[in-house]
Design a protein. Structure first.
Lengths: 314, 268
């Protein structure tokens, strides 16, 4: 069974030789970040979903640049797998949660994208293993289920008790996309609210692209270290992307654009997909133009106003 | 005076589910309908339940009306005790702290095995493909008692599910333990739009426990593609109460996008 794997020693060597520990200015455009750090054939993970704090502006940029043959870790995914598959970018998906809508289900039935079933817990654990520098981690789920036959998870006798235990191999993606509330120019980043595996993915991935609603001073992180989600030396690029989670919500910043989401949910065939991609991605140069011409200031103001729950997010 | 109540099959499933849990317990909430069940039960019956979402919300108390399609947003994770991430969330169930789990399903079989991955064809070439496990596999593997919530349609109750996405009792007594799953866990109830099932203690087979008032056990069973065991005394389930329907329709889902469904009636 095919699965993405590199030995921890290869990954560690990459971290030693290719990841700078210097706090330099990593601010760049999404266009620069994606063209520099995402290659055809890469394995990509992202934190959270298209409805909540997902890195939607980065995903749209991947589609705009027509990256090919991507393998995605579809954890808690909603529209991302449909869009990346519909745009011809993704050809393999580790599921997770395959996603919303008829389009992606049909794409699987048509054999246009290959899927492997790791489950959400299995994928999160694979990334944790990648972050911990171990080749696998044991778990007591997946056992007895048919996911075992459509993933590379293995069942072996536990060497301590002799009872069956499930092993999942480490996952070290090529690139992680994280959309955050605040970042500084070096890549220190803060997420407010829950996350899926933000720190694990940042540790486990070769390249980390952070997009941020707001850029703050580096000293802010030193003053309040409990609130740091990701330290700068894991990060390769920082993109300033207000409304980067659109059409999803950014907790305590802006709400979901349900009208736009319904349009995404309604995509059933290639014609509708092409129309959506043309209108929202290919026909605009970048995220700023998308916000300006396709979303509009009035709508953004309205979505900001709707984000009335701020308790706990700081 | 007997009074006729009208409700949808979805409303009935949700109301039934909400009556199942005990106060002072923990509840691992699956995506979709279980989120609504959790809100209703906590508002009406068991205020001291702590919910858990796989996206890392421990003890959330959702804001109403319910925001569909998402679990991790500020409305659904409101007033949590703790905000974490997925690896920690699953640690709460893996270490034995989750009493109940609740999951939706496409198909279920006599041993409570759940399919939510595909229907028809093969895994590589399915006729219809769905979202797959999400965190359902972890919930069904690790919670002490798993509740399945599913529409009462014949094609959903099959002798053998096409794909075991989330494990029930697998092939029968002892099979979960033999597979290495945590001891003494497994499916507890199956809530449908017509009836309530449990599992026979000895054989681990699905057993009809109760039916909606006005429906006979035979009517329930003949719609299923396998014949479940039937409890010695099959009890009657009260249709949705005024309180349940009011909360669902006015506070939880006023747009009625989630609670809509096939119309049903029963005598209250």
């Amino acid at each position: 069974m095919e699965y993405r794997f590199e030995h921890p020693d290869e990954f560690r060597a990459f971290v030693r030789d290719r990841k700078s520990r210097k706090p330099f200015d990593k601010i760049c455009t999404a266009k620069e970040a994606v063209s520099r750090f995402v290659a055809d054939g890469d394995y990509i993970v992202y934190d959270f979903s298209s409805l909540t704090r997902g890195p939607q502006s980065l995903i749209r940029e991947v589609i705009r640049q027509k990256k090919k043959d991507l393998w995605i870790g579809a954890e808690f995914t909603l529209h991302e797998s449909a869009l990346l598959t519909g745009a011809g970018c993704a050809t393999r998906i580790d599921v997770g949660f395959l996603g919303y809508g008829n389009y992606i289900g049909q794409a699987v039935c048509d054999g246009r994208v290959k899927v492997y079933e790791w489950t959400n817990g299995g994928l999160a654990l694979r990334i944790l293993a990648g972050a911990r520098g171990v080749p696998f981690l044991p778990t007591r789920d997946l056992l007895g289920s048919d996911n075992l036959s459509v993933s590379a998870a293995k069942v072996i006798p536990d060497p301590y008790t002799g009872l069956p235990v499930c092993l999942v191999p480490a996952l070290n993606p090529d690139v992680a996309f994280l959309h955050v509330h605040q970042a500084d120019i070096h890549g220190d980043a803060r997420i407010f609210g829950t996350n899926l595996f933000a720190l694990e993915a940042a540790l486990a991935s070769r390249r980390v692209i952070v997009s941020a609603e707001e850029i703050v001073e580096p000293d802010e992180f030193r003053k309040d270290p409990m609130r740091t989600t990701i330290p700068y030396f894991l990060v390769d690029a920082v993109v300033h992307a207000p409304f980067g989670a659109y059409p999803g919500a950014m907790p305590a910043r802006y709400e979901i654009d349900l009208e736009h989401v319904d349009r995404l949910n309604g995509i059933r065939n290639d014609d509708q997909m092409r129309k959506y991609l043309d209108e929202n991605i290919y026909s605009v140069a970048d995220h700023e133009e998308f916000l300006d011409k396709r979303v509009g200031a009035r709508r953004m103001k309205e979505l900001r106003r709707k984000a009335s729950i701020t308790e706990g997010y700081r | 005076m007997p009074r006729k109540v009208e409700f949808t099959d979805t409303e009935f499933m949700i109301a039934q589910g909400a009556r199942l849990l005990e106060d002072g317990k923990t509840f691992f909430v699956g995506w979709g309908i279980p989120q609504i069940v959790a809100i209703l039960e906590q508002k009406l019956y068991v205020p001291n339940v702590e919910q858990l979402f796989e996206c890392g919300a421990v003890g959330p108390q959702s804001v109403l009306p319910f925001v569909r399609g998402t679990m991790g947003g500020p409305q659904n994770t409101y007033r949590s005790l703790q905000w974490l991430n997925m690896n920690w969330a699953f640690s709460y169930s893996a270490s034995g702290y989750m009493d109940y789990g609740m999951l939706g399903a496409l198909q279920v079989d006599p041993y409570g095995n759940i399919n939510s991955t595909y229907l028809g064809g093969t895994f590589e070439k399915p006729e219809r493909r769905f979202a797959g496990s999400g965190g359902g596999n972890q919930v069904a593997s690790h919670c002490w008692r798993t509740v399945v919530i599913i529409k009462h349609e014949g094609r959903r109750f099959v002798p053998k599910v096409e794909f075991i996405t989330s494990p029930g009792y697998l092939t029968g007594p002892g099979a979960r333990e033999k597979a290495g799953l945590p001891k003494d866990t497994g499916p507890y109830r199956v809530v449908t739009s017509k009836a309530l099932f449990g599992f026979d203690e000895r054989t681990k087979e699905m057993t009809l426990l109760s039916v909606l008032r006005g429906i006979t056990p035979e009517e329930v069973v003949k719609e299923m593609a396998f014949r479940p065991r039937i409890a010695e005394t099959v009890t009657e389930i009260h249709p949705p109460t005024e309180d349940e329907l009011r909360l669902l329709r006015e506070e939880i889902d006023p747009s009625r996008i989630i609670i809509r469904g096939e119309k049903m009636t029963a005598i209250a």
